[in-house]
Design a protein around this ligand. Sequence first.
Ligand code: CUA
Length: 290
Amino acid sequence: MLAVAGVVFLGAVAMLVVGWVRRDRPGLPFFGENEKLNTGLVVLFGMAIPIVILVALFVVSDLVLLNETDAPAASSTAMTITVIGHQWFWQVRYEGEDAETANEVHIPVRTPINLVVRSADVIHSFWVPELNRKIDTIPGQANSIELYAERAGVYRGQCSEFCGLQHAHMAFRVYAEPRPRFEAWLANIRKPAREPTTPLARQGQRAFMRDGCAACHTIAGTEAEGTIGPNLTHLATRQTLAADTIPNTPEDLFRWIQNPQSIKPGVKMPGLGLGPERFHAIVAYLMGLK
Ligand code: CUA
């Protein structure tokens, strides 16, 4: 696609340059003012050649490449992962596994995954450039694509359809792992949240449930069943916060929940104004959710 577009682009630029160099002279180079010939050239370069090139590119891209990068056939699919775009994070569900996470997708390496994308609000676009083409998340519709990693590693993804103020901070990660490591990760994600083990973390859990957090977030196994924000059941196992905007450290988590708007202006999470002590306790609780 790039090579063909490059040739067409250079040809058009070359003609522009010739036109500019000969701007004071009438007619075409070599052909002079023969009107029939001039019309013929316009038909050739303006219509015939573009039609041939566009039809050829359509056949290659839509009929061949799109088929090859589509979601795998149902029989060959090891698993289905549903990713739901929200302003501005990614909800990630492992179908049939009762496992949910956010912004960090783990997949087994060398396994074709049927990735289904949906939207909770506006159009987003799920894109991991190293793994496949983009796929739009469209309200009221499910789209699917294959997600396949040949080599283990961390692949960065990015929302690639403008979706509001924090579109740029709607990134995510795909961790492609050897099968046993992936299975161990999934087994942990399936479990309900760990109970707090220190007095500070217990205090944080109480604050989380009472002071507003639970209205928007789910922590499996607790009374927190909100669905507006990301699922936090195993938050401490994630490397990043706020859709790959900041690292997931106690300091950054504190900054994030204390004043979300300072990190992602426009984000739907409010700063609850609970005071530093209660925020520290909540951080202690969340950091125990391994
Ligand atoms: Cu979501 Cu851009």
